[in-house]
Design a protein around this ligand. Structure first.
Ligand code: AMP
Length: 370
């Protein structure tokens, strides 16, 4: 199969599209992104069509690519309909219908045989009564659509709080999830080609701060948990007929059982550490899966960690980049985005020859990034 001259269209032009393009270029693939924002990070390394996601002229250019993929899940249905039948869109509309709506996602996960938190669908006021009791007395109310990084969520532990939270969220369709007493949070990527071949990313351990990913860690042990995660990912990928790549976020219960929290139909922040661990990266894996190029598992070859740089309230509180550079094994990745509190602005990957060294350096690295 020819390599140079392949073309990939991406719906969205932020940092994920930027990193997809950076991995596509050495594979011989040219990338075009459709992104309304003028300062799209991906414009630095891809052709940027600055237009709404459902712009017919923009979609026409994507329709001329060898395949189209996406960097975010809330793609307008009209865009997918326009492209359908003209160019392979991976993942496609069927999978997105699951992953962009929390209630559909939970039902689809259960149907695929994957465990989830207890949940109740809240679509009208009458759904509120008895819902909290059914999910175990303590829960998190989440909007069914458009929530990310902990946005559109409220923790509730009484019927009165549930009612108030639902009103605060605008009385829109929500899912009430039972509070999961997890021991830790982990994630894993899975890719599937149109021919049905599967490949898996590493099982990564994640720590959040204020609902946003702060640190990811891959030490390479954890064989039992990794196998369980791969089995679940395989079931979901096959049931949802995945083409392309998706990432599953899990809660690990104290006894070791994994429940799926949510599914992203794309590369994921927790997979960024695969860029510098010596193996294939999640970005290369998505490009390969979408274009039908040879694909293999993409676990790092070395113990690897990642720390996110998220904008804090004080704009002057910048990371000490020179000190980060001076720490052995660091790789800085900046997104070229304007500062805003709570906004992901970059990340630093860290590798080390062994787990102990990695943990020690990670403590130092976390000190350098506010
Ligand atoms: P989400 O946006 O759904 O990934 O939620 C953001 C973070 O909130 C998760 O990574 C967890 O740390 C926490 N969280 C979300 N749902 C639950 C739940 N049902 N039980 C306990 N913690 C949760």
């Amino acid at each position: 199969m020819k390599r140079e001259g392949l073309t990939l269209g991406i719906l969205g032009g932020g940092q994920l599209a930027q990193m997809l393009a950076l991995d596509a270029i050495p594979l011989g693939v040219q990338v075009t992104v459709l992104e309304p924002a003028p300062d799209a990070g991906a414009a630095l390394c891809a052709r940027h069509i600055q237009a709404p996601y459902d712009d017919p002229a923009g979609l026409e250019v994507l329709a001329g690519c060898d395949a189209v993929t996406l960097e975010f899940e809330n793609v307008p249905v009209a865009a997918l309909e326009y492209l359908e039948g003209r160019v392979p869109v991976r993942p496609g509309a069927g999978l997105l219908a699951h992953s962009k709506h929390r209630a559909h996602e939970k039902a689809g996960l259960r149907a695929a045989g994957a465990g989830t938190a207890e949940f109740a669908v809240i679509e009208a006021e009458s759904d509120l009564s008895g819902a909290l009791e059914r999910v175990g007395g303590q829960g998190i109310l989440k909007t069914s659509e458009l929530g990310y990084d902990g946005k559109g969520q409220r923790r509730v532990s009484s019927d009165a709080e549930l009612r108030a939270a639902w009103e605060e969220l605008g009385g829109v369709a929500c899912v009430l999830e039972g509070l999961v007493p997890f021991a830790r949070e982990v994630s894993l990527g899975v890719a599937r080609t149109a021919a049905g071949d599967l490949a898996f990313g590493p099982l990564v351990e994640n720590v959040h701060r204020s609902g946003i990913l702060r640190t990811s860690l891959y030490l390479g042990g954890d064989q039992r948990a990794a196998q369980q995660a791969r089995d679940i990912a395989r079931r979901v990928a096959e049931a949802w007929e995945l083409e392309g790549l998706m990432t599953l976020e899990f809660f690990e219960l104290p006894g070791g059982e994994l429940l799926v929290n949510e599914v992203a139909p794309r590369v994921h922040n927790s997979g960024h550490l695969t860029q510098d661990g010596g193996g294939l990266s999640q970005f290369g894996a998505q490009v390969r899966a979408v274009l039908g190029l040879p694909l293999s598992d993409w676990a790092p070859l070395l113990p690897t960690a990642m720390v996110n740089w998220v904008g804090v309230e004080d704009e002057a509180a910048q990371p000490d980049w020179d000190a980060v550079d001076a720490l052995p094994g660091t790789h800085i990745h900046l997104y070229h985005k304007a500062w805003r509190p709570g906004r992901k602005l970059g990340h630093v990957n860290l590798t080390a020859p062994d787990s102990e060294t990695l943990r020690a350096r990670l403590t130092e690295l976390e000190r350098l990034i506010p």
